[in-house]
Design a binder for this molecule. Structure first.
Ligand code: ATP
Ligand code: MG
Length: 420
């Protein structure tokens, strides 16, 4: 059998995995400061959930989902995105309602059967957040400020925030009609996909990445000109709150998002000049989704998702291999393995990374391993030293070894390792 991963999926190994861990830790810290708490939902959901929530005419549902019939005959789908599951879970459990808005964040893998390429995987990862229970423009601005702060702290330069409003079911149909008319006149200039979808979901044509469609729709009517009064006011207030928070942004009336459930505010953080994979994070308001999933009332909500692979790619290489150990225990003979093991477990319990060789190899090869481990200190446990209640203490940086009492070695170690 082949040991290769499935196409578009990959193993994340050390030291690369350390970049993931620290990015996730930073995301958690930002989320918690804004009052978001973590939610973990199952990877598998009923296919119906995504068909309804994401929308039948989206790329995801039309052609990207990993869907299968399980042994009890039910159609299941491995989640292609996070929002649908979070909304389902929110409606099922109503965590923390009655206390104002409910803020939830998630981190985890998503699965889409699309063509693998740089920045586009079949198993990829998202970090996302959803804020339920308010349609106040401050909520929209808060999620963008959160993302802005997080991306800035991760060290991503040159990222810009683009915002748009898609209106609501009151005013969007009129825009759809105008756009459909506009697109009908340019049918011949559109790509095959867009020719097919321009009647069912004309907004999607504005999201198409093909050069032809971008050119053909360059002067398409702007959705911002079609907003009704309340949607226009909401959008203006979101822009105002972003300015208040000191978050720079620009308008992009062509930005429509691939998912059907969005209402009013949509936004993306993009890196100009990165081609079709230039979107690092995307989000928007989805006030109608709860009802669509069978919720009893309208639950206003806004959220976003960050593509982790894309963010890491943009942040560039630079995974520093962190040392495998702070201290390495070397034994002069196998008889001292128990003593070394006692040191190792005690050091680890005290919060240090300690390692040793379990195989009773030669001292030379133990020292070779100690060197490669990056340990700052090697403790040598052997006959002569132990007879005097001492150990060998080797400072790897200076290459100096001394014999000192075991107690003192432990004390000195704590000092050295605490200083870092
Ligand atoms: P795109 O237009 O790039 O296909 P999308 O609209 O399908 O994006 P969303 O569903 O909004 O993307 O997902 C949010 C983010 O997740 C994207 O901005 C991107 O950073 C990331 N993402 C989406 N699909 C993939 C993928 N196949 N591989 C890696 N990252 C992805
Ligand atoms: Mg996509």
């Amino acid at each position: 059998m082949t040991l290769a991963t499935i196409r578009g999926m990959k193993d994340i190994l050390p030291p690369e995995s350390a970049r993931w861990t620290s990015l996730e830790a930073s995301f958690r810290a930002h989320a918690e400061r804004y009052g978001f708490r973590e939610i973990r939902t199952p990877l598998l959901e009923r296919t119906e959930l995504f068909a309804r929530a994401v929308g039948e005419t989206t790329d995801i549902v039309e052609k990207e989902m990993y869907t299968f019939t399980d042994r009890s005959g039910e159609s299941l789908t491995v989640r292609p995105e996070g929002t649908a599951s979070v909304v389902r879970a929110y409606l099922a459990h109503r965590p923390g309602t009655g206390d104002g808005p409910v803020r939830l964040y998630y981190i985890g893998p998503m699965f889409r059967h699309e063509r693998p390429q740089k920045g586009r995987m079949r198993q990829f990862h998202q970090m996302g957040a959803e804020l339920f229970g308010t349609d106040a423009p401050y909520a929209d601005a808060e999620t963008m400020a959160f993302l802005h702060g997080f991306l800035k702290e991760s060290g991503l330069g040159g990222v810009s925030l683009e915002v748009n409003s898609l209106g609501d079911p009151g005013c969007r149909p009129a825009y759809n009609a105008r756009l459909t008319e506009y697109l009908a006149e340019r049918d011949g200039e559109l790509c095959d996909d867009c020719r097919r979808r321009r009647e069912r979901n004309p907004l999607r044509v504005l999201d198409c990445k093909s050069e032809r469609c971008i050119r053909a729709t360059a002067d398409a009517p702007s959705i911002l000109d079609s907003l009704c009064g309340p949607c226009r006011d909401h959008f203006a207030a979101v822009e105002g709150a972003l300015s208040t928070a000191g978050v720079p942004f620009s308008r992009n009336p062509r930005m429509v998002r691939g998912l059907d459930y969005y209402r009013r505010t949509t936004f993306e953080f993009v890196i100009p000049g990165m081609g079709a994979q230039n979107t690092v994070a995307a989000g928007g308001r989805y006030d109608g989704l709860a009802e669509l999933l069978g919720g009893k009332e309208r639950v206003p909500a806004i959220g976003f998702a960050i593509g982790v692979e894309r963010l890491l790619m943009l942040l560039g290489e630079g995974a520093e291999a962190s040392p495998a150990a702070d201290v390495f225990l070397v034994t002069t003979s196998a008889a001292f393995l128990p003593e070394a093991f006692r040191w190792k477990t005690e050091l680890v319990r005290s919060g240090f990374r300690a390692d040793m060789d379990y195989e009773g190899r030669s001292m030379k090869s133990q020292f070779r391993r100690a060197d490669r481990s990056g340990a700052k200190v090697v403790i040598v446990l052997g006959e002569e030293e132990s007879r005097r209640g001492a150990v060998g203490y080797r400072d790897m940086g200076r290459g100096i070894q001394e014999e000192i009492p075991a107690e003192e070695a432990m004390r000195r170690l704590r000092g050295v390792l605490r200083e870092g």
